[in-house]
Design a binder for this molecule. Structure first.
Ligand code: 5GP
Length: 193
């Protein structure tokens, strides 16, 4: 998606160890116009899949997932990373190792929001090793729901996340695919489609 790639080139900053900082438009300050376009693009791509729920992980996935859900006319659910005191009901849970924070956390969604008949589109901001998306897919599978696809804003294609998800037969659609962050330079692969 050209608008996202242009913005990454303009405002993305490369940190050490292959990490891209996009806190001025995605992960801290959020650009609503860009998020709306992203939501429309994911909705266009998955329109024919009869999606009933969009699922993401708090916090940076929420903005693009919400616009995607709005464009598809379905609810958005964000998995929580910490158990809230108000979550007294039964939970679907899974463990996720965070690439950026280097800690394992338990993620959860209340059982009352995901059901066997649901057809889920998973959305996340980044794809690195695939652990966040795999954990979200595990929550859906516990509910007996079908994961129809995974929509990613920024895929770091030099990391193994896509291969892992595809080996689980989970189709991945990424709006920006980064081939390399070497030498302080952001190189993109061709568009997914
Ligand atoms: P994975 O679970 O695929 O290894 O990593 C995806 C998660 O780690 C995303 O939810 C995102 O929060 C975080 N992440 C991975 N790589 C990056 C990165 O280069 N920059 C930022 N800001 N977050 C990242």
């Amino acid at each position: 998606m050209k608008a996202l790639q242009d913005r990454i080139k303009q405002d993305g900053n490369i940190l050490t160890k292959g990490v891209l900082k996009v806190d001025s438009f995605i992960t801290h300050q959020v650009d609503p116009e860009l998020m709306e376009k992203i939501g429309q693009e994911f909705a266009r791509k998955f329109r024919t899949q009869q999606i009933t729920k969009v699922v993401t992980l708090e916090s940076s996935g929420i903005a693009p997932a919400l616009y995607t859900a709005q464009a598809l006319g379905v609810p958005m659910i964000f998995a929580r990373k910490a158990k809230s005191l108000t979550m007294d009901e039964e939970l679907l849970t899974s463990e996720v190792y965070s690439f950026t924070k280097q800690i394992t956390s338990q993620i959860s969604i209340s059982k009352k929001f995901l059901h066997q008949e649901d057809r889920v589109l998973i959305i996340d901001d980044f794809l690195a090793n695939g652990q966040a998306a795999k954990g979200l897919a595990a929550l859906c599978q516990q509910a007996g729901a079908t994961v129809c696809g995974i929509g990613i804003l920024i895929e770091k294609s030099f990391q193994p996340g896509r291969a892992l998800l595809e080996s689980m037969e989970l189709p991945v659609y990424s709006l920006a695919r980064i081939a390399s962050l070497e030498n302080q330079q952001i190189d993109f692969l061709g568009d997914d489609e």
